[in-house]
Ligand binder design. Structure first.
Ligand code: GLV
Length: 327
């Protein structure tokens, strides 16, 4: 063990709120005392406050609400390392004001989430889940020329609401499917062939609308009744960003009234609850927050969180700190 790791070890008390890959836990254990919460569900807020009280590092998941009460409960806390690219579960401004570094896991999940976004686009436009339900229920009567027709992607328009790392990776895959890309962002982005348009125009003209903005006060319910009413009746909405970016009740209403053709959702307003009206609809594909869920990516995310902890505890800059102004 090098001297840096030895000195980290002497001072380190690390709370990990959920089981991580063993290679990652071993790395943290080599650096100091690890207190691992091993329950299957998210740690309860009271227990989180009690267990973080004497720690100087916290490895959190997106299901942990790291609010002022948690930060105040841990006077020696130096770093909160979220195992997620999103950080809406953490009061970053307050943590920063208390001198606590907050880190997240960008880049390592970009390709995995972009692939998954396309999996959702293909699945909803080609009615995969619906078709599977028909086969499993025994209701399939056999091949027919006009049975369960989907929608072609070739020649259509993909509208990306937000083109950070993930939005750009989704855009990069569009030519393979013959789609042109428009996006909406406050500033132009280097995305050859893609046009920056207003949200209104994007909603009005796109065949697929895919959300890639972080959850911020200004993006909460960005997709509400009004914006859904602007979409083409033949269009599909894809959400792999954060549930509250979409008003779920409004989406259920819009789908019931055929204001759009369908939606594919990986994220929900109150996970793991799903709006009961959405559960009744065939033209919505519902999957359980899986966009980054490959063994490779989840391991890389946990590993990056651990490296962030080790860096901060050793007095080095974090590898991937949260920058509050980032989009
Ligand atoms: C997943 O939703 C993440 O933010 O990493």
């Amino acid at each position: 063990m090098d001297t840096e790791r030895t000195s980290v070890q002497q001072a380190s008390r690390i709370l990990v709120t959920r089981r991580l890959p063993s290679s990652v836990l071993a790395k943290l254990e080599a650096a100091g005392g690890v207190d691992l919460y091993s329950g299957d569900a998210a740690i309860a807020p009271d227990e989180l406050r009690a267990r973080v009280a004497d720690k100087n590092a916290l490895v959190s998941l997106l299901t942990d609400a790291i609010d002022r009460t948690v930060i105040d409960a841990a006077p020696e806390l130096k770093v909160i390392a979220n195992v997620a690219v999103g950080f809406n579960n953490i009061d970053v401004a307050y943590a920063t004001s208390r001198g606590v570094v907050v880190t997240h896991t960008p880049d390592v999940l970009t390709e995995s989430v972009a692939d998954f976004t396309w999996a959702l686009i293909l699945a909803i436009t080609r009615r995969l889940a619906e078709g599977e339900r028909v086969v499993r229920s025994g209701a399939w009567k056999g091949w027919a020329l006009d049975f369960m027709l989907g929608t072609e992607l070739n020649g259509k328009q993909l509208g990306l609401v937000g083109v950070g790392r993930i939005g750009r990776a989704v855009a990069a895959r569009a030519p393979v499917f013959g789609m042109r890309v428009v996006y909406t962002e406050p500033r132009d982005v280097d995305l050859p062939g893609a046009e920056n348009v207003s949200l209104d125009r994007l909603l009005n003209t796109s065949d697929i609308v895919s959300l890639h903005v972080p959850l911020l006060p200004e993006t909460r319910h960005l997709i509400d009744k009004k914006s859904l009413a602007r979409m083409k009746r033949s269009a599909y909405l894809i959400n792999t960003a954060r549930g509250p970016v979409v008003d779920e009740a409004a989406l259920a209403w819009a789908l019931q009234h055929h204001l759009l053709a369908g939606a594919a959702l990986d994220v929900y307003e109150n996970e793991p609850a799903v709006h009961p009206e959405l559960l009744k609809l065939d033209n919505v594909l519902l999957v359980p927050h899986l966009a980054s869920a490959t063994t490779e990516t989840r391991t890389a995310m946990a590993d990056l969180a651990a490296e962030n902890v080790l860096a901060v505890l050793a007095g080095r800059p974090a590898l991937t700190p949260v920058v509050l102004s980032q989009r």
